[in-house]
Design a protein around this ligand. Structure first.
Ligand SMILES: *Cc1c(COP(=O)(O)O)cnc(C)c1O
Length: 405
């Protein structure tokens, strides 16, 4: 019997809408790509995007910047992180998260995750007390929101400022409230692999006018901060404009122009992502050896990627599973690799941070696999990918899929 093969592409994004192409062309024709290069009375694409993003997110202030990583660095600094300050963060996240903490001179304190890939609330409470940290950079890694009620209760009672990393949760909700609207400030990414795509880019949101003013100056506004579509009034800049350094991280008009139509279409994309992701997860979940992270009822995730674990596999077996799937066209990422690879790395390879023991996280990541769910996939694609994974897991574990004999 010949084995089925998947011939699609895991890194091929959907094309930008025609309206984005038209908007981009208009900016290019004008030659005015810098956000402050405006005609008298003109709002400009970047300020307009900020205004629309603030409305979409339901917040007072939005600031567009060059990347999600820059949004985090600026947010940390605007929130008051100083050199030497401890900053709590998830042990399972992407490298720009500890990178942003290091960039502002902070000391990452890693918090364990549970089998459901979310922040371990018990370990968080313990480390918050032990470290005395006054900041939490909460990374909603791969779109899995932790118990937001529990985490906010602890941070509120201990006076810990929460900075949300929403790179994977633009549009996701916890108990009906949008991710990013829990902490004092939130950071989003508009990098190609996230939910709206400008190649590189980021957005910072907050309801705190003082924080917003500091962030605006940090982003490199010079004294042109009144030209922000969703920024605080000039009265909030008296100190910020002199206290904050210019970090030159402005978003240009071209990127903002292509993001605006995408934001308008985001709800429809979220529905489609969740449909595709569920088609995949419902299938792999049926295999007795495959565990899909438990999703709390309060969570509405955006299924732009899918995660599953095969508990009990050792390192060579994990490698064999990846190779066997790759042979059949299925590209799986694995978080248990001992060496950083592609986009993935773990806390042991972040040598600028003080080494920390995270046995629970290590045990979860050892058999954690991940696939991208680009919108160029169909439901049939997701089912085929799931079937290939199921077959190869059966071969490696010797555990048969439900319904096979
Ligand atoms: C991509 C990503 C970021 C940062 O985004 P960039 O725009 O690439 O800097 C932050 N956190 C997580 C979890 C990410 O995956």
């Amino acid at each position: 019997m010949t084995k089925s093969r998947f011939t699609g592409n895991f890194t091929q994004q959907d094309a930008l809408p025609e309206t984005a192409l038209d908007a981009a062309l208009n900016v290019l024709k004008s030659g005015r790509l810098h956000r402050y290069n405006l005609e008298p009375g003109e709002e400009g694409e970047t300020a307009a995007f900020e205004r629309e993003y603030a409305a979409w997110q339901g917040v007072d202030y939005a600031l567009a910047v060059t990347s999600g990583g820059q949004a985090m660095q600026i947010a940390l600094r605007a929130a008051g992180v100083k050199a030497g300050d401890a900053v709590l963060t998830n042990a399972f996240t992407l490298a720009p998260v500890p990178g942003a903490i290091a960039a502002v001179g902070g000391e990452p304190v890693f918090v364990e995750i549970g089998e459901d890939l979310r922040l371990d609330i018990e370990d968080f409470a313990l480390k918050a007390t032990q470290s005395g940290a006054k900041f939490l950079l909460l990374s909603h890694m791969r779109g899995h929101l932790c118990d937001m009620d529990a985490v906010m209760q602890i941070t509120n009672s201990q006076g810990i400022t929460v900075i949300e990393d929403c790179a994977h949760t633009m549009g996701a909700t916890w108990d009906g409230k949008l991710s990013g609207n829990f902490g004092q400030v939130a950071c989003f990414s508009t990098q190609t692999y996230k939910h709206i795509n400008s190649g590189e880019g980021g957005v910072l949101t907050t309801n705190d006018p003082h924080l917003a003013a500091r962030a605006t100056i940090l982003s490199g506004s010079y004294m042109l901060y009144t030209r922000h579509g969703a920024g605080p009034g000039p009265e909030f800049f008296d100190d910020a404009r002199l206290d904050m350094p210019n970090n030159s991280a402005r978003m240009d008009a071209l990127r903002a122009a292509i993001l605006r139509p995408q934001l308008a279409g985001l709800h429809a994309k979220i529905t489609e992502w969740n449909r595709l992701c569920d088609a995949f997860l419902d299938r792999v979940r049926s295999h007795p050896a495959i565990h899909v992270p438990h999703a709390p009822n309060q969570e509405m995730r955006v299924g732009s990627s899918a995660q599953f674990r095969v508990p009990g596999l050792d390192q060579p077996q994990c490698e064999r599973l990846i190779a066997a799937c790759a042979d059949r066209g299925v590209e799986i990422k694995w978080f248990g690799r001992s060496e950083p690879h592609g986009f993935t790395s773990d806390h042991q390879s972040w040598r600028y941070a003080t080494p920390q023991e995270l046995p629970k996280t290590g045990a979860v990541l050892a058999q954690l696999f991940d696939i991208r769910v680009p919108l160029t996939f169909s439901t049939a694609d997701c089912e085929l990918i799931a079937d290939i994974i199921i077959e190869e897991v059966s071969v490696i574990t010797g555990v048969l899929a439900n319904g096979s004999n």
